[in-house]
Design a protein around this ligand. Structure first.
Ligand SMILES: [Zn+2]
Length: 232
């Protein structure tokens, strides 16, 4: 098991590097006082950076379009409204007997920390295909018997994380380019203090808890930014 000399950092939720904040442009008088401040704070948290219109290449501004209630990037040249919506992260709990496969990350964020294979869903694939693909890419491993297991809303970073339970087809696995190492862990070997993401921690906690009775309901949870880190 990987041993780190550093104190464990707080668990992150975000598989992306955090988006930089940017200046706000908003029509004065759109919303009254405090309500406007709350709207702006929420909108800033939820918007990723955009400087130029992908349709015409001119600079975009941020404002609440007429008939809308949220801050959007708007191109005032071609009038395109650039809507931004949550990203889906698909992953798996790859199981071999009583062991679970984890990957130690070779990339930021959370380089050197352990994770379940997971990553951003691509256009044109199903969530299950995304989870399979990520497992191939990060662990060179093939899955079978995939069953939807865990859905975690992470609204403060506009992500939804979805994990499948799955069996490893064989012991033929290895570190992919995004992993430093890939290893099977018994429950009592899980490096809880070296896990990369809160959603991975919650998924593993639920999995080992459900495994006691061999009953695995589909779970749905939400993680908020203010949620304290569990230390079990
Ligand atoms: Zn434009």
């Amino acid at each position: 098991m990987h041993q780190s000399d550093e104190l464990p950092k707080p668990l992150s939720d975000n598989l992306m590097t955090s988006a930089p904040r940017h200046n706000l442009w908003i029509c004065s008088g759109d919303l009254p006082g405090l309500q406007r401040h709350a709207k702006i704070a929420t909108a800033l948290r939820n918007l990723s950076r955009m400087n130029f219109c992908s349709q015409c290449g001119n600079p975009v501004v941020q404002r609440i379009p007429e008939g809308d209630s949220r801050l959007r990037f708007v191109c005032e040249t071609c009038q395109t409204i650039h809507y931004q919506n949550p990203n889906i992260v698909a992953g798996a709990v790859p199981v071999w007997g009583t062991q679970v496969l984890l990957c130690r990350r070779a990339i930021e964020p959370r380089l050197g920390y352990w994770t379940l294979p997971a990553g951003f869903m691509e256009n044109g694939e199903t969530i299950e295909q995304a989870a399979r693909r990520e497992t191939v890419e990060e662990a060179c491993a093939t899955l079978r018997n995939m069953t939807l297991y865990m859905l975690v809303d992470v609204p403060h970073i506009s992500q939804v994380h979805v994990f499948y339970r799955a069996d490893l087809v064989s012991l033929d696995f290895a570190a992919g380019v995004e992993s430093l190492e890939v290893k099977l862990f018994e429950e009592d070997e899980i490096p809880w203090s070296e896990l990369a993401f809160q959603t991975v921690r919650r998924t593993l906690e639920c999995y080992f808890s459900d495994r006691i009775n061999q009953v695995y309901p589909v779970r749905s949870e939400a993680i908020s930014s203010s949620q304290p880190m569990k230390t079990s």
